[in-house]
Write a protein that binds this ligand. Structure first.
Ligand code: 8YV
Length: 320
């Protein structure tokens, strides 16, 4: 039987390539950057399946560029699929899957890393030592904020939010408030579900773990930022567009909040100079799931989804 043609849009860990090569007539794009719209339309025309990732934007125009495509499935590498227009995919008869389980723990770890870094001014401290200008310890140098015993407010209680809750409660004795559209409980963790405005008013650390896309765009806008207190820190490991970045910059400049720790950006990979130049922000280059095991797990999950699809089953992680 003819093996389906698969395009992997960026190099992945070698074991993923090896398994994909055994299952599919495989093409691996060599470049690490996003694929252009024209190349994505061509890929939809020429392949039975595509394994895309963050930044490969499947807009309605991309689907329009490939009427009645040969491609039947986009097996996304990653949990977030806001770069894929799901309605346009459905209209073109293209299924979409993602890789939720593999990213959960590492992304929750990055949320805690950012929370600790912004609370304890770790980025500032590291820059001071690296600059060679550190004059030595003194009693009121780089004083930060206690994490243990403080209150975390988690916005979005999906898989990643729940893992942040576990780490915050069990590791740091934090009180856990959360906001979620539907009622949720986190087994084994004492939590309080509250409206978003109340969470913003009460939390010392606000952690964003909602999916991206049009429904959560600018969930944290100028108004939301005014509800937060001057000692509160904002941590974002979800998608950049969840925060109105211009409003965030104004809130930091006006000392409305104490700091921000970001793994994602509204116009990624562009990061405004107004953020880069500030000492009260921690900036990471979208490292959420960047561990060897997670990236291999994400690739293997995407292949599980593809294998199930071409065996005529419903893939476990079908999102559309
Ligand atoms: C990935 C992520 O690195 O899984 C996600 O949605 O944000 C990241 O962990 C990226 O999306 C891979 O495509």
């Amino acid at each position: 039987m003819r093996r389906p043609r698969l395009l992997i849009t960026r190099p992945l860990p070698e074991p993923v390539h090896a398994r994909a090569a055994a299952l599919f007539d495989l093409t691996i794009r060599k470049e690490t950057g996003p694929t252009t719209a024209a190349d994505l339309s061509a890929a939809l025309r020429d392949h039975d399946a595509i394994l895309p990732s963050l930044g490969d934007v499947f807009s309605p125009d991309v689907f329009a560029g490939a009427p009645a495509p040969r491609c039947r499935i986009l097996a996304n590498f990653g949990v977030g699929v806001s770069h894929i227009d799901l309605a346009a995919a459905a209209g073109a008869g293209v299924a979409v899957t993602n890789t939720p389980g593999a990213v959960t723990g590492p992304t929750a770890d990055i949320a805690m890393l950012l929370l600790l870094m912004t609370a304890r001014r770790a980025g500032e401290g590291e820059r001071l030592v690296r600059s060679g200008t550190w004059q030595g310890w003194h009693p009121v140098q780089l004083l930060g904020q206690d994490v243990s015993g403080s209150t975390v407010g988690i916005v979005g209680m999906g898989r990643i939010g729940q893992e942040v809750a576990r780490r915050a409660a069990a590791g740091f004795g934090m009180r856990v408030l959360f906001h979620n559209r539907s009622p949720k409980a986190v087994p084994g963790v004492e939590t309080e579900q509250v409206p978003l405005d109340e969470l913003l008013q009460r939390a010392d650390f606000v952690v964003l773990t909602v999916p991206g896309g049009s429904e959560t765009r600018h969930l944290i806008d100028a108004r939301a930022l005014t509800l937060m207190r001057p000692h509160t820190h904002l941590i974002n490991v979800s998608r950049g567009e969840v925060v109105d970045e211009a409003a965030l910059i104004r809130a930091l400049e006006g000392r409305q909040i104490a700091g921000a720790a970001l793994d994602v950006y509204e116009f990624e990979p562009a990061v405004p100079a107004a953020l880069r130049e500030r000492d009260d922000v921690v900036l990471l280059p979208h490292l959420g799931s960047a561990t060897r095991a997670a990236r291999e797990g994400m690739g293997m999950t995407a292949l599980d989804n593809l294998e199930a699809f071409f065996l005529g089953r419903v893939p476990e992680n079908k999102v559309a």
